[in-house]
Design a protein around this ligand. Sequence first.
Ligand SMILES: *[C@@H]1O[C@H](CO)[C@@H](O)[C@H](O)[C@H]1NC(C)=O
Ligand SMILES: *[C@@H]1O[C@H](CO)[C@@H](O)[C@H](O)[C@H]1NC(C)=O
Ligand SMILES: *[C@@H]1O[C@H](CO)[C@@H](O)[C@H](O)[C@H]1NC(C)=O
Ligand SMILES: *[C@@H]1O[C@H](CO)[C@@H](O)[C@H](O)[C@H]1NC(C)=O
Ligand SMILES: *[C@@H]1O[C@H](CO)[C@@H](O)[C@H](O)[C@H]1NC(C)=O
Ligand SMILES: *[C@@H]1O[C@H](CO)[C@@H](O)[C@H](O)[C@H]1NC(C)=O
Ligand SMILES: *[C@@H]1O[C@H](CO)[C@@H](O)[C@H](O)[C@H]1NC(C)=O
Ligand SMILES: *[C@@H]1O[C@H](CO)[C@@H](O)[C@H](O)[C@H]1NC(C)=O
Ligand SMILES: *[C@@H]1O[C@H](CO)[C@@H](O)[C@H](O)[C@H]1NC(C)=O
Length: 367
Amino acid sequence: MSKLTLLFILSVTSIAFVKAGINVTNIDGCPALTPRASPVSVHDLRVDDIKVVGALGDSITAGFGILSIDKSDPSLVNMLDVFKEYRGLSYSIGGEKGAFTIPNYVKHYQPNVTGYSVGVHLAESCNDQPNQDMLNAAQSGAVAKNLDHEVNYLLERIRSIEGIDFQNDWKMINIQIGSNDMCGACNTTFMNEVTPEKFGNYVEAAVEKIQKNIPRALVNLIGTFNVSQIFPLTFNQSYCGFTSNISSQTNIQECPCAATSEGLKKMTELSTAYNKELFAIYEKYEKDKLTNFTVVYQQSNLNFSGFPVDFFSNLDCFHPGIKGHQWVSKVIWNQLFSPQALKPKVFNFQENATIYCPVDSDRIATD
Ligand SMILES: *[C@@H]1O[C@H](CO)[C@@H](O)[C@H](O)[C@H]1NC(C)=O
Ligand SMILES: *[C@@H]1O[C@H](CO)[C@@H](O)[C@H](O)[C@H]1NC(C)=O
Ligand SMILES: *[C@@H]1O[C@H](CO)[C@@H](O)[C@H](O)[C@H]1NC(C)=O
Ligand SMILES: *[C@@H]1O[C@H](CO)[C@@H](O)[C@H](O)[C@H]1NC(C)=O
Ligand SMILES: *[C@@H]1O[C@H](CO)[C@@H](O)[C@H](O)[C@H]1NC(C)=O
Ligand SMILES: *[C@@H]1O[C@H](CO)[C@@H](O)[C@H](O)[C@H]1NC(C)=O
Ligand SMILES: *[C@@H]1O[C@H](CO)[C@@H](O)[C@H](O)[C@H]1NC(C)=O
Ligand SMILES: *[C@@H]1O[C@H](CO)[C@@H](O)[C@H](O)[C@H]1NC(C)=O
Ligand SMILES: *[C@@H]1O[C@H](CO)[C@@H](O)[C@H](O)[C@H]1NC(C)=O
């Protein structure tokens, strides 16, 4: 191969990866796509081809605590108001009007998209999901083992929602799980359930069940957050209502493994190991190149150590608050259009992160 040919190939390759679209602060500023017929391959999907969205996950996806009490005014504390799931604002599956969420970004391009959750209600029990939850199957407190139950909910609900062409509509199922698995890793009666191998098996089983039962689905696996980094950040923060008394720190009460430095180390290792398992599931389907089903993987290494503390909800400084959900929605959305090799490997917080506007030639990257 001549030097010139090599140069040519290199430059063509890099040109092909330059993103053509603009970046905006609100999805309303994104130009429309030119309408086209629905594609026949999952590897040819544009966002406007997505007609149905669904999600599996834990309290993050359920929207727990997104808009919480204002600790600076204790008179606002209303315990009944505290244990709420703001499912309409959840970054991966919320569809409240104007909210910064993936379904709302899809909706900008595909007004008929359905499946997103709306509204707010008290944290619920897993066999009693109101209609407004739609295809948000997430459960507060869930671990990977519970995904099977969540997939069953999804399978039942997806058939009962009007306007879905179950056979032919392209569906995007967002999955993020793992925080509670990490937090339980120091509990001797529970630790054997949260090994990387078991975690991977549970997620893979859920993905397979979706493949077998839901035609034309794109499963969007979102990596775990590096939860161990939250605790040094929130220590002694008045925003969280925390003092220097660690045993009164509510996020450690919710995540008992974070109480010791060995526990934090274990959680850090698990986050990395879980992400390897998720990546392996993506790689397996990537190789298969099926026409009607695939799995994509989004990087999620949020470098929390430099984040503003109000990224988290002041309810417990553990769950992301509204700022966190809005920001994560952009980070995950923007990655959808990048091939795996070009996705950022670490995310540092930027106050004014923008939203990428895909153009006609952009596809949801499956490679
Ligand atoms: C938009 O952001 C992407 C990175 O996500 C970048 O590659 C692209 O150049 C930006 N587009 C413009 C027009 O600035
Ligand atoms: C949305 O659904 C309506 C009614 O089925 C249909 O007429 C319209 O073309 C659809 N819009 C898009 C963008 O698919
Ligand atoms: C893909 O799905 C469509 C719609 O359900 C179906 O008609 C087609 O046969 C499927 N293709 C393959 C290769 O399974
Ligand atoms: C340990 O896990 C078991 C089983 O999930 C649970 O019942 C128990 O409350 C946990 N113990 C602690 C200290 O969190
Ligand atoms: C996760 O956080 C820990 C500190 O708690 C840090 O040492 C580690 O490098 C982080 N992991 C990644 C993948 O950045
Ligand atoms: C905790 O915060 C208070 C008030 O901001 C400060 O006076 C104190 O030194 C801090 N304590 C520790 C151990 O960082
Ligand atoms: C620290 O917090 C724990 C739990 O709220 C409480 O029992 C304990 O008395 C506190 N210690 C101090 C020194 O205030
Ligand atoms: C993570 O954030 C810290 C604090 O802002 C910064 O010093 C460090 O360089 C960041 N790490 C990476 C890999 O970006
Ligand atoms: C972010 O946007 C706000 C409002 O548009 C502006 O006031 C602020 O200066 C911007 N911050 C940065 C870091 O660009």
